[in-house]
Design a protein around this ligand. Sequence first.
Ligand SMILES: [Zn+2]
Length: 204
Amino acid sequence: MSQLKKVLAIGPHPDDIELWCFGTMCRLANEWYEIYFLVLSRWEWWSNGIDRTEEARASSHLLNCTLYIEDLPDRYMTHGQDTISIIEKYVAQISPDIVFIPSGNDVHQDHRAVFQASLVAVRMINEVYVYQSPSTTTNFHPTAYFDITDYIKTKIQAVRIHSSQGWKVYMADRAIEWLAEYRAFDIFRNDRFMEAFELIRIIK
Ligand SMILES: [Zn+2]
């Protein structure tokens, strides 16, 4: 029997994967891919008190995926060796077929840093996609779309679990739905919900 294909999603913060590619993760899990989440930070810096680990665990349980959560400093991540070596460690351990990473065209410094570090760490991976965040700039130009119509409710549920962030407007149910509808309009699938990505490369 052939081995299951593996997908690794990398999030700088505990809600990034849920917000920007969770529907796609649900879809791929349903297509029998093995799903892995790597979250690079757990603490919210300004509160000095919110440990977001349990929220990350709870939402990953909706998918029954494997979650790894690290402890890089929120807002102070670098694109250098400290971040690269953490990602490289999990890439070597998991050996994913497909990887999802944040955008480098982003006003959040952690997202830019993790994009840069990921490019190095996943250089040998055949299929790599960039996801969109609320801080991604207008230079995000999607070229790959995943239909998440069957999973939009699960995605909303996953985002709701991150209640420590619930006051942010992009966490609202309607924000999740409207972005997914807008992305469907991009490609004239007007009755669907989509997540959109930039394809870095695919090697077959
Ligand atoms: Zn983030």
